[in-house]
Design a protein around this ligand. Structure first.
Ligand SMILES: Nc1ncnc2c1ncn2[C@@H]1O[C@H](COP(=O)(O)OP(=O)(O)OP(=O)(O)O)[C@@H](O)[C@H]1O
Length: 117
């Protein structure tokens, strides 16, 4: 039971590694995450602000990983053009866009006033 749980974590980390190797966008998110966490420590943001940053960063990573998975499955089952394949990829990309916009708003609200102070 415990061994199975540990194996599942291993698969998930392998998924993150594989996506990081293939997806430029994900490497950009990794860089953005390092910058945001650095800014968080530099400005000593509050616990609530850390919670918002964590939720924002987590949702962008989750959306990008699901988008990568959708792209892989679509390429597997529909390598040729199909409107539904396009729709699946467009909707998955839209999920990333919305998560990124939410994260941008969180980042602006937390850091811009401190950068301007
Ligand atoms: N099999 C397909 N059938 C129809 N439209 C497709 C298909 N594959 C891709 N598309 C269209 O092309 C767009 C780009 O697809 P692509 O696979 O290049 O992903 P991408 O947005 O470049 O992703 P990434 O840059 O993260 O790899 C999709 O959003 C979709 O509109």
């Amino acid at each position: 039971m415990l061994r199975k749980r540990i194996a599942s974590f291993g698969h998930a980390f392998r998924g993150v590694g594989s996506a990081l190797r293939s997806e430029v966008h994900l490497r950009f998110h990794a860089l953005a995450t390092v910058v945001v966490v650095g800014l968080g420590f530099y400005f000593d943001i509050t616990r609530t602000e850390w919670a918002l940053v964590a939720a924002a960063v987590g949702s962008v990573w989750s959306a990008e990983l699901v988008n990568t998975a959708v792209e892989a499955v679509v390429d597997l089952v529909s390598p040729d053009y199909h409107p539904l394949a396009g729709k699946a990829k467009d909707v998955a990309a839209a999920a990333v866009l919305l998560a990124a916009l939410g994260a941008l708003v969180v980042g602006l609200l937390i850091f811009v006033p401190r950068l301007l102070a």
